[in-house]
Design a binder for this molecule. Structure first.
Ligand code: BGC
Length: 461
């Protein structure tokens, strides 16, 4: 098996300890984009039944009301790359925060299926944009040595958002206040807007647009000190190479980066994460779990484990590297999914399936969850990062829709044992794919990573 190595010429700049606080604060505010992504994808589960009753929806209409945000996310992620390359990372995140605030309130105030669907479509578009721009902005702001941890704050925020949505749904369900389930998102959205007004634009984007002085000042503000000039020169050198534009994504060399990003995005979804995130109470009930209430509680435990293992990944990713975590993760997910399938085929007790699901989430949270978004934000050249990420993010949302939309039919056709065995086999594929194609990017500057693809191009041409 061959593994792609990254070659470096300039050492990564070191951030002054005093400025680390500013970098972490910047990352935490921007990560609110991830929190809103997690919150708004999950909040609908608790509101579904109320919507159906209040708006007198048929099952098909309800499915439409639930799925419309996904359509918005597809559209949002398709346009996000172009917009962020053109207008800047900060401006687009700021606009997304405003969008989240406005359309979350409108979703809560809707009076029927049409107004609800329109509002949720735009919330979905904001989710699509945030899912792309948040990791991208974080990767461009972060110093190479801690970039893994800072970009993975995005995934931590997604998992926290999912957890908060469950909690809010649970607390408001008793009073039937489904409108507030949606409107609660306005609070983190306002903080995101306020934060993005104060935070600086990505120095890499500024350099690309020719605002050299502002880019340098930005790096200095982010604590790069005397290393700022070196970092900026390295970026400028990289910007001189290669072409802009969507078609340049398909040149030899870059083609490979695009292929790796898109494949990882698809693998992240078709290895079944959202069957567990969206359907865990149903899966546990299928395995003979004692009661619906116990199954919902078990789902909450799964959510907490997802958060905790993402924290572990943040601690480990700049130390053990992306490849190691990815390989461990896909191998562990294959084993635990295989065990879930086996338990179903043996009619094992529901509690055993629960522990196996926990095992699966541990392996997802440590690797495939955070590392895929991280790699997507760091393997593409600055010139085309937005557009390349659009392609990968679109793949995430497309594959997400495919899995969520077919899971129940798969269970119907192959039974739970067969379905989870299929997901296990896909994890095996993801393992070998990562082993062969995924580069180690730990500790490298984005420009050094970019040169890696140029080297491959030279070698292959
Ligand atoms: C995935 C989502 C998933 C979430 C769960 C994210 O990385 O993109 O589809 O719901 O992780 O934590």
């Amino acid at each position: 098996m061959t593994c792609v190595n990254v070659n470096v010429t300039a050492p990564p700049t070191v951030v002054k300890p005093a400025a680390r606080g500013i970098v972490i604060l910047t990352a935490s505010v921007a990560a609110l984009g991830g929190l809103l992504f997690g919150y708004d994808t999950s909040v609908i589960s608790g509101a579904m039944l109320f919507l159906q009753t209040d708006f007198h929806l048929s099952d098909t209409q309800l499915e439409f009301a639930v799925g419309i945000a996904l359509a918005g996310a597809l559209v949002g992620s398709a346009f996000a790359g172009y917009s962020t390359d053109r207008w800047g990372r900060r401006f687009v995140l700021l606009g997304t925060g405003i969008g989240f605030a406005v359309f979350s309130v409108l979703s809560g105030m809707s009076v029927g299926l049409v107004s609800f669907s329109v509002a949720r479509f735009f919330v979905g578009a904001c989710i699509g944009v945030a899912s792309l721009v948040t990791p991208l902005y974080l990767s461009e702001m972060s110093p190479a040595t801690i970039r893994g941890a800072l970009v993975s704050l995005n995934q931590l925020a997604i998992t926290v958002g999912i957890g908060v949505a469950y909690f809010v749904d649970y607390s408001l369900a008793a009073h039937g206040s489904w409108r507030w389930m949606f409107m609660t998102a306005v609070f983190p959205a306002i903080v995101l807007v306020a934060g993005m007004i104060l935070l600086p634009e990505s120095p890499r984007w500024l350099a690309r647009k020719g605002f050299r002085d502002r880019a340098l000042a930005g790096f200095q503000r982010l604590g790069r000190g005397s290393g700022a000039e070196t970092e900026l020169r390295e970026i400028e050198r990289a910007l001189l190479e290669g072409k802009e534009g969507f078609l340049s994504l398909f040149r030899p060399g870059l083609r490979m980066a695009v292929f790796v990003g898109v494949a990882l995005a698809i693998f992240q979804q078709i290895t079944g994460i959202n069957t567990i995130i969206y359907y865990s109470p149903e899966i546990l009930r299928l395995s003979g779990y004692p009661s619906a209430k116990a199954a919902i509680l078990a789902a909450a435990v799964i959510g907490v484990v997802n958060i905790l293992t993402t924290v572990a990944s943040i601690v480990l990713v700049d130390w053990l590297g992306r490849r190691f975590l990815l390989l461990m993760s896909t191998a562990g997910m294959a084993i635990t999914l295989g065990l879930i399938g086996w338990s179903f085929s043996r009619h094992a007790a529901g509690v055993i399936v629960f522990y196996e699901m926990i095992g699966y989430i541990v392996f997802f949270g440590i690797g495939l969850g955070p590392v895929v978004w991280l790699l997507m934000a760091e393997i593409y050249p600055t010139k085309i990062r937005g557009q390349a990420m659009s392609l990968a993010t679109l793949s995430v949302w497309g594959a997400n829709g495919l899995v969520a939309g077919t899971f129940l039919s798969l269970i119907h056709a192959f039974g739970p044992a067969g379905t989870f065995s299929i997901f296990a086999a896909v994890c095996v594929l993801a393992f070998f794919f990562s082993l062969k194609f995924v580069p180690e990017t730990k500790g490298r500057t984005l420009e050094a990573i970019e040169r890696n693809w140029h080297d491959i191009e030279k070698r292959t041409s």
